[in-house]
Each structure stands twice: as C-alpha cells, then as structure tokens.
Design a protein around this ligand. Structure first.
Ligand SMILES: [Fe+2]
Length: 179
C-alpha cells in the first residue's frame, strides 16, 4: 500500500474537505492515465472556496505551488498564478498530468523541441474556470495568467513529478528581405 502525504496549511471554514476528497478519490488509483486523471479531477469537485485555504504565494518560482497530496502513484498540487505571471516553459519528466482551472483564466501555450533542443511554439489556448487541461507524457507547455486577478488551478500528476525540465524558447527569425 502506498503512503500518502498530507499538507493541510491552514484552519478556518472546513479546509479538510478538499484533503479528504483528494485522499478518497486518488488513493484507489494505480498508474492512472490522463483520462483517469481527468475523471478524478471531476470527482474531486474542487471549488474556489474549497481550494482557497491552500493557495500559496510565490517563493522561489514565479507562481505559488502547494502539494496537497502525494502517494507513490499520484500527486496533487495547487498552483497560483498571480495576475500577469507565467511559468517557465517546461515538461513533466515521465509524468502525465491533468489540471482544472478553479479560479480565473489560464493561457496554455504548447511547444515542441526543435533541432537545437529549444522550445518551438506550436499553439495556445485560453482556459476558463471549470475547464480541464490534459498533459500527456512528453508535452511541453507554458501556463500564464493574462488577467488582472489571480488564477488558481488544481493539478494531478502520475507518477508524482520528478525530473521535469525547463526549456529556452526558440528564437523566431523574421527576415525583412528574401534574397
Ligand atoms: Fe505543466
């Protein structure tokens, strides 16, 4: 049986409700794929009120990150992107991931590695409250908050994150001549 970690961070209201839902929903899972992670996110039923006690301020990173649950199989993290902030361009190591936008809006930009090992832009999508982002293993992306208020999201990863890498954005060369 896997051991789970809990890091409830504050009192007030009923902050343990979310931790209990995470434990109840995630503890039976064995190496879930992105589809199962999406189903688990829906079953958890996270709301802005339930997640509020766990929203942390940025410290070493440009965004707040609070691990609420971790077992050998799954990790659950609350991410807080302050207004007009962004993550680094990154992958998730050998993990698959899924994220629910709980509060605010999120811009999700996708990249692929070019021949120099840099991140070449592919596409981006704007996600709103209640929408889910799927991140199959190997996906490279960057999340940002273009809004004037905070963005809070709940992320699940399987297996728990390790070995995630950041990438330099590939230069886009625009020539004002062609010959
Ligand atoms: Fe990510």
């Amino acid at each position: 049986m896997s051991k789970a970690e809990y890091r409830p961070t504050t009192g007030g209201g009923c902050p343990m409700i979310l931790i209990k839902r995470l434990c109840d929903t995630l503890s039976p899972l064995k190496r879930p794929d992105v589809r199962e992670l999406k189903e688990a996110l829906a079953a958890i039923g996270c709301t802005p009120e339930l997640v509020a006690p766990y929203v942390s301020e940025p410290e070493r990173l440009p965004y707040g990150r609070n691990v609420l649950y971790r077992s050998d199989e799954v990790e659950a993290i609350v991410v807080h992107l302050p207004a007009r902030s962004e993550t680094y361009i990154h992958d998730h190591g050998s993990s698959a991931g899924c994220a629910l936008v709980v509060e605010g809006i999120m811009q999700n930009a996708m990249f692929q590695v070019d021949e120099r090992g840099e991140a070449a832009y592919v596409a981006e999508f704007r996600m709103r409250e209640g929408q889910t982002i799927l991140a199959p293993k190997g996906q490279i992306h960057q999340m940002s908050n273009p809004g004037a208020r905070r963005t809070v999201s709940l992320h699940l990863y399987s297996p728990p994150l390790s070995g995630a890498k950041t990438y330099k954005r590939a230069e886009q060369y625009v020539l004002d001549y062609v010959i």
